[in-house]
Design a protein around this ligand. Sequence first.
Ligand SMILES: [Zn+2]
Length: 62
Amino acid sequence: MEYRYNRFECQGQRCSFMYEERFGHPETNIPPGTLFEKLPDTWVCPKCGGPKRNFQFWSQYV
Ligand SMILES: [Zn+2]
């Protein structure tokens, strides 16, 4: 079964940056397809600088 990539939204104030596993975040050296749980613990929100724990599961691709 094909894995369904997820999206996670930063809950930081006035942020709402969306991390999409399908796209990763090349600007911070996160290759496309990187699962959220595989992001390094040192990774922070590129927009507000908040920690990973600020992110909340958003939705699954169908
Ligand atoms: Zn953020």
